[in-house]
Design a protein around this ligand. Structure first.
Ligand code: NAD
Length: 253
């Protein structure tokens, strides 16, 4: 896909990886529709895209809410005249151990609400936005691209029952959609980042960050631009579909 004047929707576009991918794609001539919950952050992302010489609009919406998502994608399609791409990027963490067992006290640790809230955003949100984008792409006769953000945690990770399950589910949806939507000329891929410097990972304990940095052959955390570069590659490479690109500095070799 040549990105010039293509309309790309990014959920969670108000900060972090979503913002970095938006600015990178704007530099290649794409027009951006950014979805998030935080208006101030969205306005800052739009300003950066305009500085890059492209155009963007923002939409306040919760990706877990079906009617919110339906209305937002209809509005985006009407505002821009169609949809060519989607990056399902909005995601949250609510880490915690599954059960507790200390000093003879055994019990449940991760609450159902803690589990469900992560599934709602990271999995149901991806389902709802992906479905809406696919309908608009097919209706508009666009050979679109959908990218879903997974994570290296998809293989299972201590304290991340909820997050790991959601990110493994994202890969299963990616492959299913690649098979189902290929006949409409729509490609679907996933990115599984390692630990990248954003607000999400700034919350990490410093000793944990240091340990992770030492474990990587490249000896540092990743930068948001390095993930943005991968998203651009998936959009542009017409032979890419149904696969997960791992960008983790060698952490999971
Ligand atoms: P971030 O927390 O900096 O940004 C996430 C954005 O999603 C925020 O702007 C937030 O407001 C938005 N969001 C959250 N819930 C939403 C909802 N219900 N509706 C709409 N928007 C919502 O996170 P990030 O580090 O930029 O990560 C982006 C994606 O990449 C996430 O899916 C994350 O799981 C994934 N990821 C990140 C890393 C990392 O190291 N940063 C690693 C692997 C995967």
């Amino acid at each position: 896909m040549n990105l010039t004047d293509k309309v790309i929707v990014i959920t969670g576009g108000g900060q972090g990886l979503g913002r970095a991918m938006a600015v990178n794609l704007a530099n290649s001539g794409a027009k951006l529709a950014l979805i998030d919950l935080n208006e101030e952050q969205l306005q800052q992302s739009v300003a950066l895209i305009e500085e890059a010489g492209s155009s963007a609009r923002y939409y306040l919406a919760n990706v877990t809410n079906e009617s919110d998502v339906e209305q937002t994608f209809s509005k985006i399609a009407a505002d821009f005249g169609g949809i060519d791409g989607l990056i399902n990027n909005a995601g949250i963490l609510r880490d915690g151990m599954f059960v507790k067992a200390k000093d003879g006290v055994v019990g449940k640790k991760m609450s159902l609400e803690q589990f469900q809230s992560v599934i709602d955003v990271n999995l149901t949100g991806v389902f709802l936005c992906g479905r809406e984008a696919a309908v608009h792409m097919i209706e508009g006769g666009r050979k679109g691209v959908i990218i879903n953000m997974s994570s290296i945690a998809r293989g299972g990770n201590m304290g991340q029952t909820n997050y790991a399950a959601s990110k493994a589910g994202v890969v299963a949806m990616t492959i299913t959609w690649a098979r189902e939507l290929g006949r409409h000329g729509i490609r679907v891929g996933a990115i599984a980042p390692g630990v990248i410097r954003t607000a999400m990972t700034d919350a990490m304990k410093p000793e944990m960050r240091e340990r992770l940095e030492k474990m990587k052959p490249v000896g540092r955390l990743g930068e948001a631009d390095e993930i943005a570069h991968t998203a651009k590659y998936i959009f542009e490479n017409e032979f890419f579909t149904g696969r997960v690109v791992e960008i983790d500095g060698g952490l999971c070799m």
